[in-house]
Design a protein around this ligand. Structure first.
Ligand code: NAD
Length: 293
């Protein structure tokens, strides 16, 4: 049976470290780091995400503000809000919660975010800087996975890594980060057009699965002793659970755990690391570590 990579415990440890740094900043007469979030419309999942980001900010002593805009907000109005946040010296970093309503062009809005405040790492400037290995804000989920790998002391140098899924927020940045100098893995990026995917995955020492298909990664695809990082999040109806649903990942956890040497559970693996990464980026923004103030 594999060892569980306890993302919840690791994220709690990182939160304690951040809280200590924030307390130290305040002791030295500095402002607490300030994260703002913009949410447009009434999407239930988005509201839940923003509420948990707000709660996480408070838990480490950071300031948070949320701009709740109605579904009817025009693109021009949202761009005005972005402009305001770009120029407000009180705000160190901010996020625009996606998805945006259909009548708003997401790319245009993201392009308007000042890279210095783009703590989600979604702008082309931060994505480009990441690719070049320059100081940047790394998107929260890949950043969280890199922390999990580092803090679980998983050997990466010379290892074969297979990333399944090539989204801009998870798969593609993961492939870039794992191949970087210092991490030194040999990376294969698989996607929906990949041929012989199970065969490729069977060569992996580390598998990162982020495709959004529950139970996709089965035990027969995993080399015995491989490390499995499961990014998927699926809410599955379950009348036996008090909530009426359970959360599952992209891996067939019970079977894969019998083969892998280490595995992230869902929930409690990658998920808790994502919010903590946003706090880490906000702290970096406040300290001017990525873009000197
Ligand atoms: P996405 O839908 O943007 O991208 C999915 C990718 O998977 C695409 O690149 C596609 O080519 C690939 N793909 C789809 N079917 C495939 C197949 N059969 N074989 C190989 N590749 C295939 O997804 P995303 O935003 O990267 O999210 C992936 C999953 O991770 C989702 O379940 C999402 O909910 C979850 N997620 C979790 C967190 C977290 O904090 N844990 C964060 C972001 C996303």
């Amino acid at each position: 049976m594999s060892k569980i990579i306890d993302g919840k415990a690791i994220s709690e440890q990182i939160k304690r470290e951040i809280a200590a740094e924030v307390a130290n900043m305040i002791d030295h007469g500095q402002n607490a780091p300030h994260l703002a979030a913009v949410i447009v419309g009434d999407d239930g999942a988005s509201k839940t995400y923003v509420a948990s980001k707000e709660k996480a900010c408070h838990s480490v002593g950071m300031t948070s503000s949320v701009y709740r805009l109605p579904e009817s907000t025009t693109e021009a109005e949202l761009l005005q809000t972005v402009e305001f946040l770009n120029n407000d010296p009180e705000i160190d970093g901010y996020i625009i919660q996606l998805p945006l309503p259909k009548h708003i062009n997401e790319e245009k809005v993201i392009a308007a975010i000042k890279p210095e405040k783009d703590v989600d790492g979604f702008t082309s400037v931060n994505a480009g800087r990441m690719q070049l290995g320059l100081p940047c804000y790394i998107p929260a989920t890949p950043n969280g996975i890199m922390e999990l790998i580092k803090r679980s002391e998983i050997e990466t140098s010379g290892k074969n890594v297979v990333v399944i899924g090539r989204s801009n927020i998870v798969g593609t940045p993961m492939a870039i980060l794992m191949s970087r100098k210092g991490i030194d893995s040999t990376v294969t990026l698989c996607h929906s057009r990949t041929k012989n995917l199970p065969e490729i995955v069977r060569h992996a020492d580390i598998v990162v699965v982020a495709i959004g298909k529950q139970g996709f990664l089965t035990a027969d695809m995993v080399k015995p002793g491989a490390v499995v990082i499961d990014v998927g999040i699926h809410r599955i109806e379950d009348p036996t659970s008090p909530k009426g649903y359970k959360i599952m990942g992209d891996a067939d956890y019970d079977e894969v755990a019998k083969v892998a040497s280490m595995i992230t559970p869902v929930p409690g693996g990658v998920g808790p690391m994502t919010i903590v990464s946003l706090l880490q980026n906000t702290l970096k923004a406040a300290k001017g570590e990525v873009y000197p103030k």
